[in-house]
Design a protein around this ligand. Structure first.
Ligand code: DGT
Ligand code: CA
Ligand code: CA
Ligand code: ZN
Length: 575
C-alpha cells in the first residue's frame, strides 16, 4: 500500500468525523468518508498528483483535491484545524492518539468523562470500553497500540507552543508578592526545536505562594507533584510544567543547572571537580571546606570555572566548552542582526493578507529590505499566472520607497520538479530580484534522484535560496532522503543559500544540518515564510535554530547590508 495515500485517507476520514461532531451537514461528512476510501484504495501515489489529477479519482471533487494538495504542501488543512479547535480540549487530547478518531474520542468524553490519555489508558485496563456502542476488544487493543505510539514520539511539543505557555505562566507568577525573578530554563531556553516539558524558575524567599499559584492557574488541568522545592502540573493543552522556587542568592547557579543540557552540565561539573570545586543547583563550592564561591549570577559561576558566559543555545556539549576555554566562542547571530525577510507570501496565492498590509507590517518591524515571494504556477492550486505575477511586480515597484527605509524585492517561491526543473524559463526568471525554490511534491524519490534534483536546483543561475530544504514537518513528516553533504557542497559552490525556515513546525534546516552545511562553507537565509502578519514574528525561532547551528551574521545573507546582498543574489551573473 502507498503510505501517502493512507495518510490522506486518515486525514479525510478525520475531517468527515470533525464535520459530523461539530454539527456540519451529514451529506458533507459522508462525501469525505467516501473520498477517503477512494484515495486509500487508489493504486498510484497521490502525493505525485496535482489538483487536476486528484479529481480523476472517483468521489474527489475540486474542494477535496485542493485540501489534499494543501496537506502535502503544509502538513495541515486550515479548515480542519479550525474545526478541531472547536471541540473540547479533553477530546482534542484524546485525538492525539494516532488510532483514535474524533468520533470515538467524543463518545469517550461524553459517556465516560475521559479527557486525558492517562485516563483512557486506565479505562482500557479496567475494561470499561468494551460495553460502549461502537467499541470492542479489538478497539481496545487498537487504542493501547495508539497510546504506545504516542508515547514513543515522547509527547514533545513545538517550541512556539511551549514559548506561549511559558510566557503566560511567567506573567502570572511575576505578579505574586515576593517574586524577585522569574524565567524559563530547560530546553526552551536553549531553543530546541521541540520541548519535552517546561522548566520555570522563581527566585523568592518563600516558595509556597508560587507553588499554590501554579496549581490554581485556570490553565492547570492536573497537579502531578505539589511540594516545597518542586511542583509539577499538566496544563489543559497537555503540557507538563515543572516549577522550582530557589533562594535569590542562588539564582545564577539554579538557572545554569536547570537550563542544561544535561551533557553540558556534566561537562561543566567535571571541570569543577578538576579544579577542586563542586557545582550544583545551589552554587559553586570549595570541595574541601564547603565554602560558597559563586551562585548569584550565571556569569559568576562560569567565570569561576575559567569560562566566559555561554549562550544557552550553545549549551549542548558540542564543543562550546572547549571553544569557551580557548576564548573562541562564536558571536552568534541575533534577531537584531536580521535586516530583512526573504521569503513571504500574500493573498495573491495562499497568504491571508494583501501585499500592502504585509509590507506595512514588515516595515514596522524595522526591516531594511523585504521580499515578496508568492507561489509559482506549478503548484496548480495557487492558480498563479505570468500575468498575475507581472501585475504584482508593478504594484511592488509602486510601493517601493513608500516605507522610507525599507526596500522591496520582488521574488517568487518556485517548485523544484522531480528532475530539478522549475516553473518558468530562464528569461522569465531573470525578471525577479530573488528566487526561492522548494520541494513541494514527489517526496518519495530515491536518494540518488533526490540528490540530483536538489543539486540541479542549486546550479540554476536564477535560484538564490533553497526553501525549507528537507521539507520535514516536526512530529508529522520526516525529511526527504538525499545526500545532503552533496547538496550543501553544491550550495557553497554555486552561491545558493540554504533557508532556515522559521515556521515553528518546520525549523528547516535544523541545528545538526546547519552545522554540517556550515562546515561545507554554505550561506544561509533565516526566513519566516509568513503567510499572515502574525507569522512575521516567528523569525525568533529561526534565529534560535541558527544560533544552535553556531551561525554568525557573516553566515546569514539577510543580515548583510543591501549592497552585499544584491551581489550575492546576482550569483556571479553580470548586471
Ligand atoms: P526536555 O524537557 O526533554 O525538552 O529537555 P530539558 O533539557 O529541559 O530536560 P529536563 O526538563 O529533564 O531537565 C531540565 C534541565 O535540568 C536539564 O537540561 C539539565 C538539568 N538536569 C536534569 N536532570 C539532570 C541530571 O540528571 N543531571 C544533570 N547534570 N542535570 C540534569
Ligand atoms: Ca524541560
Ligand atoms: Ca523538566
Ligand atoms: Zn513559502
Amino acid at each position: 500500500m502507498v503510505r501517502p495515500n493512507e495518510e490522506v485517507e486518515a486525514l479525510l476520514q478525520e475531517y468527515g468525523d470533525l464535520i459530523a461532531i461539530t454539527g456540519g451537514e451529514a451529506f458533507r461528512a459522508r462525501a469525505y468518508e467516501k473520498a477517503a476510501r477512494a484515495i486509500g484504495g487508489h493504486p498510484a501515489d497521490v502525493s505525485h498528483l496535482d489538483a487536476a489529477g486528484l479529481q480523476e479519482i472517483p468521489g474527489v471533487g475540486r474542494s477535496i483535491a485542493d485540501k489534499v494538495v494543501e496537506y502535502f504542501r503544509t502538513g495541515k488543512v486550515a479548515v480542519a484545524e479550525e474545526r478541531r479547535a472547536r471541540i473540547p480540549a479533553g477530546v482534542r487530547q484524546l485525538m492525539s492518539i494516532p488510532t483514535l478518531g474524533p468520533r470515538r474520542a467524543m463518545t469517550l468524553h461524553e459517556e465516560l468523562h475521559i479527557s486525558s490519555v492517562d485516563e483512557l489508558a486506565d479505562a482500557v485496563r479496567a475494561e470499561k470500553l468494551r460495553d460502549l456502542r461502537g467499541f470492542g476488544e479489538k478497539t481496545e487493543a487498537n487504542i493501547l497500540h495508539g497510546i504506545a505510539l504516542l508515547r514513543q514520539a515522547g509527547g514533545r511539543i513545538l517550541l512556539s507552543a511551549a514559548m506561549g505557555a511559558a510566557q503566560e505562566i511567567i506573567t502570572e507568577l511575576s505578579g505574586v508578592a515576593g517574586c524577585e525573578n522569574c524565567a524559563y530554563a530547560g530546553s526552551l531556553r536553549r531553543m530546541r526545536e521541540t520541548i519535552g516539558d517546561l522548566d520555570i524558575l522563581v527566585a523568592a524567599s518563600r516558595s509556597a505562594p508560587f507553588m499554590d499559584a501554579l496549581t490554581e492557574l485556570p490553565s492547570t488541568a492536573e497537579v502531578l507533584v505539589h511540594g516545597a522545592k518542586k511542583t509539577s502540573v499538566r496544563t489543559v493543552d497537555g503540557i507538563q510544567v515543572d516549577l522550582r522556587v530557589v533562594r535569590p542568592d542562588s539564582w545564577g547557579a539554579a538557572l545554569q543547572y536547570f537550563t542544561g543540557s544535561k551533557a553540558h552540565n556534566i561537562h561543566t561539573r567535571t571541570i569543577a571537580v578538576h579544579a577542586g570545586l563542586k557545582l550544583s543547583e545551589y552554587g559553586l563550592f570549595d570541595a574541601e571546606s564547603g565554602d560558597l564561591i559563586a551562585s548569584r549570577t550565571e556569569e559568576e559561576v562560569y567565570a569561576r570555572l575559567g569560562l566566559p558566559w555561554i549562550p544557552p543555545t550553545l549549551r549542548e556539549d558540542r564543543g562550546e566548552i572547549e571553544a569557551g576555554l580557548r576564548g573562541e566562542l562564536p558571536e552568534t547571530v541575533t534577531e537584531d542582526d536580521i535586516r530583512g525577510d526573504l521569503h513571504t507570501h500574500t493573498d495573491l496565492t495562499d497568504g491571508l493578507a494583501p501585499l500592502e498590509d504585509m509590507v506595512t507590517a514588515a516595515a514596522a518591524l524595522g526591516h531594511a529590505y523585504y521580499a515578496i515571494t508568492d507561489h509559482a504556477p506549478d503548484l496548480s492550486m495557487q492558480r498563479m499566472t505570468d500575468e498575475k505575477v507581472l501585475d504584482q511586480r508593478e504594484r511592488v515597484r509602486a510601493l517601493d520607497g513608500r516605507h522610507h527605509r525599507m526596500r522591496l524585492l520582488h521574488g517568487t517561491e518556485l517548485n523544484i520538479g522531480p528532475d530539478g526543473e522549475v516553473d518558468w524559463p530562464d528569461a522569465f526568471l531573470a525578471g525577479f530580484d530573488i528566487c526561492v525554490a522548494s520541494v513541494h511534491s514527489h517526496f518519495g524519490l530515491d536518494r540518488a534522484a533526490m540528490t540530483r534534483r536538489l543539486v540541479r536546483a542549486c546550479e540554476n543561475p536564477h535560484i538564490n535560496v533553497i526553501g525549507h530544504p528537507t521539507t520535514r514537518l516536526l512530529g508529522k513528516r520526516p525529511g526527504i532522503d538525499a545526500d545532503f553533504d552533496d547538496v550543501f557542497a553544491a550550495c557553497a559552490r554555486t552561491g545558493t543559500a540554504l533557508e532556515i525556515n522559521a515556521q515553528p513546525d518546520r525549523l528547516d534546516l535544523g541545528d545538526e544540518d546547519i552545522l554540517r552545511a556550515r562546515s561545507h562553507g554554505a550561506k544561509f537565509a533565516i526566513d519566516t515564510d509568513a503567510h499572515s502578519i502574525p507569522q512575521l514574528a516567528c523569525l525568533r525561532y529561526g534565529v534560535g535554530t541558527a544560533q544552535r547551528g553556531w551561525l554568525t551574521p557573516d553566515d546569514v545573507i539577510n543580515t548583510w547590508p543591501p549592497r552585499r546582498l544584491r551581489r550575492f543574489l546576482r550569483k556571479g551573473r553580470s548586471g
